[in-house]
Design a protein around this ligand. Sequence first.
Ligand SMILES: NC(=O)c1ccc[n+]([C@@H]2O[C@H](COP(=O)([O-])OP(=O)(O)OC[C@H]3O[C@@H](n4cnc5c(N)ncnc54)[C@H](OP(=O)(O)O)[C@@H]3O)[C@@H](O)[C@H]2O)c1
Length: 291
Amino acid sequence: MKILVTGKNGQLGRELQNLCPIEHELISLSREELDISDRQMVETVIQQHCPEVIINAAAYTAVDKAEKEQNLVFSVNLDGALNLAKFCKQFGIRFIHISTDFVFDGQKSSPYSELDEIAPLGVYGASKAEAEIAIQKIFPESVIIRTAWVYSVYGNNFVNTMLRLMSDKEQLGVVADQVGTPTWTGTLAKVLFALVKKESAKGIYHCTDLGVASWYDFAVAIFEEGKIYGLIPRDKKLTINAITTEDYPTPAKRPSYSVLDKSRLTKELDVELQNWRNILQQALSIKAQKL
Ligand SMILES: NC(=O)c1ccc[n+]([C@@H]2O[C@H](COP(=O)([O-])OP(=O)(O)OC[C@H]3O[C@@H](n4cnc5c(N)ncnc54)[C@H](OP(=O)(O)O)[C@@H]3O)[C@@H](O)[C@H]2O)c1
């Protein structure tokens, strides 16, 4: 398969390059090479490469900054995604798009299914929610993967921020009343390549690692595992305090509960998901080997 990936330098974009099975030809393009919000550029670049599948790993992902940059957010996350979907439909290309748990308001207390009502709380979530609706309207054969709490060994994410802070500080406060599931980009890449193979797949699928955690639980696990893998000094003393969302106000409101039900994905695809903590160990061991 010839697969074109947008957002080459993002967390997911980089992991797709790392983990691409040998049978595929992967064309990964940066924002400079393919700005998805530029309709003309999207058409030209697609015609130039003639891919069989497009995976849209490009997005505006700065959730808090998004509250003040609504036009830019929507031009990437809605217009950009739609540009891709339209030309995929026109040229007979499979389209795989990535969405987010932030399309939900977090009011549930059991895992969200693909059929649950969406009700985003902030600008970023709204842009992703509108994109889901518009993509399904104009090109219903598209696949949309909703994921959550994404981290990789590269770039800015919760794991890398925590590792840095934990090495420097003696006290840390981490929010304990937002619950979800951390997801390694390696899991997402594996699932995305399985979806590429499964040509009958269409519609929305949920994909995260397994299990449930608060940001506090995740931080404690990063500290414990980070020491084991030599990413934090083994004798480091640190107090991690569980705090509330109120103690740590952010410009964008976040869902307090966003665990996703993955049963559609695991039933229809030949993939096995693993508990987030096992996956964290694998990711940190890879990070340690890269140092
Ligand atoms: N991160 C999370 O916790 C999370 C959670 C749920 C869902 N998701 C979704 O998962 C997907 C991948 O996220 P990620 O964490 O890998 O994001 P990321 O690391 O922020 O990467 C996004 C990439 O998109 C690129 N980009 C931005 N605007 C663009 C444009 N107009 N045209 C082309 N490329 C553009 C960025 O380019 P530059 O490098 O030039 O900035 C960046 O490389 C996104 O759809 C995101 O919404 C993420």
